[in-house]
Design a protein around this ligand. Structure first.
Ligand code: PEP
Length: 259
């Protein structure tokens, strides 16, 4: 059975002291949860990565991911952060292609394919985000849009590398809006994505790959979303900024995992 993953995306929030407080609160609460079986990933802004990777080693309760990386390897690219730098801080995951990066920073599927390559070359796992905007869903184009995002940005990976990837389905109309996809809508798209993985790779890759749901997932709706057969956990935005809510979501994911 695939293990569940709960990944928190802090986005561009929190001062250093607030981040420190949040992670300590989260660790205290995780301590109380002896049955935490799901994998927990925390994705803070770049300046806080080292604080979190240090704590990760001490506490062994969560893994650390970045929210983005450069498409370039190294060199004269002022303001960029390379995948190699992230790896040198012991970061193991990197979100690639979040809809906010696609929308506000012009990241195309072609740029994202390069970022995925840098992440894989540096032995990290990309959390590759896909999802349609409201107009695309209303026009019945959501499957087509997600297929193109996957085919251009992720499915160039060879058979072995795809095993390192995680996919996050995040309908853009559900991100930060309080409007969650129904469990049926999430399941339908996750099953479709898994079928695409089977067609491009094989049954083993399709059975193995973790597909997370993201978009207004919170402590109230996590169980019903995560109980869908093809939903392997969540990518959590706002609710990851409250330790109580985030740990509750992790606990719900863990409960759904059989011994
Ligand atoms: C996200 O930004 O990845 C996300 C899922 O945000 P929220 O949970 O706030 O909708």
């Amino acid at each position: 059975m695939r293990s569940k993953i709960v990944a928190g995306n802090w986005k561009m929030n929190l001062t250093f002291d607030e981040a420190d407080e949040l992670v300590n609160d989260m660790l205290d609460r995780l301590d109380e949860e002896h049955e935490m079986k799901c994998e927990v990933i925390v994705c803070p802004p770049f300046p806080y990565l080292e604080m979190l990777t240090d704590m990760e080693y001490e506490e062994q309760k969560f893994n650390v991911g970045a929210q983005n990386c450069s498409a370039y390897d190294k060199g004269a690219y002022t303001g960029e952060v390379s995948a190699k730098m992230l790896k040198s801080l012991d970061v193991d995951y990197c979100i690639i292609g979040h809809s906010e990066r696609r929308k506000y920073f012009g990241e195309t599927n072609e740029i994202l394919a390069e970022k995925v390559n840098r992440v894989i070359e540096n032995n990290m796992s990309p959390i590759y985000c896909v999802g349609e905007v409201l107009e695309e869903r209303e026009a019945g184009r959501h499957f087509e849009v997600v297929k193109e995002q996957l085919e251009k940005g992720l499915f160039h990976l060879d058979g072995d590398a795809i095993y390192d990837a995680i996919i996050a389905y995040e309908p853009v109309w559900a991100i930060g809006t309080g409007k969650t996809a129904t469990p049926e809508q999430a399941q339908e798209m996750h099953a479709y994505i898994r079928q695409l993985v089977k067609e491009h790779y094989d049954q083993a890759a399709a059975d193995d790959i973790r597909i997370l749901y993201g978009g207004s997932c919170n402590a109230k709706n996590a169980t019903e979303l995560f109980s869908q057969p093809d939903v392997d956990g969540g990518l959590i935005g706002s609710a990851s900024l409250k330790a109580e809510d985030f740990v509750s979501i992790c606990k719900q994911a863990s409960k759904l995992m059989k011994d």
